[in-house]
Design a protein around this ligand. Structure first.
Ligand SMILES: Nc1ncnc2c1ncn2[C@@H]1O[C@H](COP(=O)(O)OP(=O)(O)OP(=O)(O)O)[C@@H](O)[C@H]1O
Ligand SMILES: [Mg+2]
Length: 302
């Protein structure tokens, strides 16, 4: 697959979809930390929760809104949408209703916000596929495990042997094909390693090597994500993250909390998202992003 350098007519908002058909890999955790980080960087952020059953992102922002009511500091909140799964008798009618709700949410935010962060369910649903084809940046968290890799490419007993493209990678490749036809846009697919163990293991090294090989074939980038840290999960009930002013309550940040902040900052930087330049229109940042990523993918291919 190669990308045309001709810049498409980009929509104003940059859409980040966090997805992986594998469950429990950290989609909601990354959606939470990324959306908070972008708001703290001063961007206008909208969030959409497509996980109509678990609603983790929605629950987090409900907790955050409730904390914000009595908080001693200004707590950033996004424009949040929680979509519903439509369960009527006719599948086609359900999809039309889901499409209409999703299109309405996107239509409402695509001109007024700079980033839209979409959390998705682990199951292969109509809404989940629809979100993939809208992604500018697609983030797929995964753990250092060959089981997680197996949804991208069938892991062969001889790991030097290349396996067949697997179900989740097929969804992404199909979304890319559609996207090219619809608006000649590109989907920057970033595999983010999550819950990395503190100690380096032989397994982690092997997964990393296999992933980097697969990156060329399936055209994705690999980003060092977050380590497995309690701070990434313990503040959920109060709607806060390691990025918030928790030192106000704790008095002092622990070294682990400071490292957690650095990890999030490194991840955001590795995502190579469009960034606003003083005095320039945000859409220009989107075009710079497109040029830089399309040349990256051209080189990856050659
Ligand atoms: N970096 C991390 N450090 C510590 N705990 C983490 C980290 N990432 C995720 N977790 C924990 O792992 C579990 C799964 O994470 P999360 O709910 O974000 O995954 P998910 O991919 O959204 O799951 P699902 O597929 O069910 O929607 C949660 O208990 C979460 O708190
Ligand atoms: Mg989730």
């Amino acid at each position: 697959m190669s990308f045309d350098a001709e810049a498409p007519d980009l929509r104003p908002a940059h859409v980040i979809v966090v997805a992986n058909e594998k469950g429990g890999v950290g989609k909601s955790t990354l959606s939470i930390h990324l959306s908070v980080a972008l708001m703290k960087a001063g961007y206008r952020v909208a969030t959409i929760d497509l996980d109509t059953r678990q609603r983790s992102l929605t629950r987090f922002y409900e907790n955050r809104a409730s904390f914000a009511r009595t908080a001693p500091w200004a707590v950033e909140l996004p424009r949040h949408f929680a979509l519903d799964h439509v369960r009527g008798a006719q599948a086609q009618d359900n999809e039309s209703a889901e499409f209409a709700a999703f299109a309405e949410a996107i239509g409402e935010v695509e001109h007024a916000y700079e980033f839209v962060v979409i959390d998705t369910p682990a199951s292969d649903t109509y809404l989940m596929r629809l979100a993939h084809s809208l992604a500018d940046t697609l983030i797929s968290p995964m753990n250092d495990s060959f089981i997680d890799m197996d949804v991208l490419s069938k892991v062969h007993h001889d790991r030097a042997h290349r396996g067949a493209v697997a179900q989740y990678a097929e969804i992404v490749l199909e979304a890319r094909r559609k996207r090219r036809l619809v608006d000649n846009g590109l989907i920057d697919w970033v595999l983010v390693r999550n819950r990395i163990a503190a100690l380096h293991s032989n397994n982690a090294r092997q997964v990393d090597q296999a992933l980097r090989k697969l990156a060329v074939e399936l055209q994705f980038r690999v980003a060092e994500g977050l380590r497995d840290r309690v701070i990434f999960r313990e503040l959920f009930p109060i709607g806060l993250t390691a990025l918030d002013a928790i030192e106000e309550a704790n008095c002092q940040l622990t070294p682990s909390q400071m490292t957690a902040r650095r990890e999030i900052a490194t991840l955001v930087s590795d995502l190579r998202l469009p960034s606003r330049v003083e005095g320039a229109n945000y859409l220009e940042a989107r075009h710079v992003w497109f040029e830089s990523l399309s040349s990256y993918y051209r080189e990856l291919k050659s």
